[in-house]
Structure formats: structure tokens, C-alpha cells
Design a protein around this ligand. Sequence first.
Ligand code: CAA
Length: 379
Amino acid sequence: MNFDYSEEHLAVREAAREFAKNELLPGVIDRDEKQQFPADQIKMMGELGFMGMMVRPEYGGGGMDTVSYVLAMEEISKIDSSCSVSMSVNNSLVCWGLEKYGTEEQKQKYLKPLASGQIIGAFALSEPEAGSDATSQHTTAADMGDHYLLNGTKNWITNGSTASVYIVMAQTDPEKKHKGINALIVEKGQEGFGVGPKENKLGIRGSDTHSLMFSDVKVPKENRIGDDGFGFSFAMQVLNGGRIGIASQALGIASGAMELSIKYAKERKTFGKPIAEHQMIQFKLSKMSTEIEAARLLVLQAAMKKDKGESFVKEAAMAKLYASQVAMDTTVEAVQIHGGYGFVKEYHVERLMRDAKITQIYEGTSEIQNIVIAREILK
Ligand code: CAA
């Protein structure tokens, strides 16, 4: 496995780093405080090509590989994970699945504007009683001949009120269990489609998390992705890729906290010398840095396997499981290194610590990643 970055990889990483420093850093504390969705920033990310990076150019995307995508995700997540979660959902959960399994009409109508960043999308699988236990869908899509009638509630939906297009999983034939689930494309503003209030969260507070309510929403048959009953398999495959995105988000949170800690440790003096010269701080930095490198290798391994067209289910789950733990551990230590300054907003690390927690929860909790890994290695 070759871990050398190409010229294109380095250019993408540099572009994302500059964008994050110039456009995301100013105002990130304020947006977090006010729970303000980064609408202008996401629009800019679309214009720069970050919202449909892996989609082929003929469908409005950047035609890049997954390695480029994880490098950009890491840089943007170092500064603002409320932006990178929208980026991850749009790229991995919405665009990737549409490109792979959508019809030509669906690609022309939905993928093009999504990949080019004109609109953003959302992925609706979770429900009040179906989070980790995702096969237990209560939202129904009754087959009415030429359309489905969609009824039910979805929870924790990223881009919940700002998306224009939603991919909604719903049960059509309960007797067939998960093989009776369909993935349907629903448009914002359809009659009977309601959006609940924004969730007041611990972290990624700018991100737009809502419940969705469907009451007799008519979804035309041509908006179904894949064959009848393909919806659960679709959701699982899309989430495998999504987990690489969230793993790179976790990696970015960790490496952002690490960079801030190194800078602070060189500046802050105690007992007559910079704290970076105290062995206790050196040991913390050394552990953080080693774990971040290990997480990066797992993320790159998963991305490279995906790019080669090989199975990456286990690798993506391992990358997410490990990188999210590293994000949590690293950010807690970063706050500790900053002492009292770490506990206040201006130094950023307390926000990174709060943002880290969600990477152990969404797109499959750490407990679910362990199940996925165990099933893969015991096959
Ligand atoms: N890749 C491909 N297919 C998979 C899969 C995977 N990782 N995991 C399961 N499947 C397939 C199985 O092969 C099986 O298909 P067949 O019957 O055709 O063989 C089918 O899915 C059902 O699987 P199981 O029999 O293993 O079902 P289970 O109920 O025992 O376990 C689960 C399923 C793996 C726990 C699944 O429910 C799961 O992944 N849960 C977590 C859901 C999740 O990640 N939610 C995230 C929400 S989206 C989000 O967070 C986005 C956001 O806003 C940021």
C-alpha cells in the first residue's frame, strides 16, 4: 500500500486548509454559541467543489478519489465540524448512493445540483425507535401503484431544515422485514412533509439537526432508488462509505486539538520554562500524536480500499471506531494541557472536545462498529 500523496492530493489538502483558516475560523465560536447553521460557508464549499468531490464531472462533481475527500474532510474538521458533517452527509450518504444506484433521470434531476453544491441533501434512516436497530423501521411507504404514500417520523436528521432533497428509508412490506424497505427521494415542500424544531446539542451546534414528519406524502415510483426492497441494503452500503467520512472528521478534530496544544505548549510558561519542556506535557503530546498517526493510517487504508473497488466494510468500521476514540481522548487532553484557558471558548479546544463526542455516536455508534468488525472477522 502506497501512502504517498499525489500532487492533486496535496493541492486539495492545501485548498481545504486555506479555506478553513480564512473562511471558517472567523466566526466559528460565535456560530457554535448561537447554534447558527453555516449557510454562507456551506455555499462557498459548494462553489469550491467540496460538496460533491467524488462524483464524476458529468454529474457536476469533482471526479476525485476518496483519499482527496478524507484529506479535505480532515482539514475542514480541524476548524468547524458543523460544516464538515454537512459535507460528509452530502458527499457520502447522498451523492455517492445516487451516483452508484440512481437512475439516469434521478442523476440529472437530483445528483447534478447536489454534487455542484447548488442544493444540499439529507439522509433519513434513524427514527425515534430505530437508531442502532436500523432494520426496525416504523416509517411506512405504502405501495399505491404509481406512487408510495409515506407516513412516519425520522429523527436526528443532519441538514434537516436546509436540505432540498431527502433520501428516506421506509417499510413497504413488513412481512419481508429489512428486505421490504425502500429508499425514496423526497423533495422539500411536498405536501404532508413537516420539519420539527432544531435540536439543542452538546456539540456540532451549528449543524442543522431536526426531526422530519411525513403524513400521507405522495412519492412517485420513479423516486425509488434501486429495485423494490433494496432500501436497507442501499442504506448499509452508503453508511459504509459514510463511516470513512466521519472517521476523517474525527481525525480532523483530533489533529486540530493537537496543533493547538503544540502551539500553546510552546508559548505558555510555568516554573520558568515553556510547558512543552515539561516531561508530563511531552508524554501527553507524544501519546496524542502517535494515536493520531495510527488513526490516519486506518482512515487512509479504508479510503484506498474503497478507491480500488475492494471491500472496505471492516476497514471503514475500524477507522471510525478508532479515530472517534482518539478524537475524544485527544481533545480531553488538549483541554488539560491548556488548563483554565482550555475551559473557555476563545481557545477552541473545549468546542473540539464537545464536537468529538458525536463521532462516537452518529453513522453507527462505537458499539455498532464493534458488531460490524466482529461479524467481518468471524465470517
Ligand atoms: N454493509 C452492507 N450490508 C450490510 C452491512 C454493511 N455494513 N451490515 C448489515 N448489512 C446487511 C446484511 O448483510 C443483511 O443483508 P442480507 O439479509 O441480505 O444478508 C442486512 O443488512 C441486515 O443485516 P443483519 O441481519 O446483520 O441485521 P441486524 O439487525 O442484526 O444488524 C446493523 C444490522 C448492522 C446493526 C444495522 O442496523 C446498523 O448498521 N445499525 C446502525 C445504523 C446506523 O449506522 N445509523 C446511522 C444513521 S445515519 C447518520 O447518523 C447520518 C448523520 O446524520 C450524520
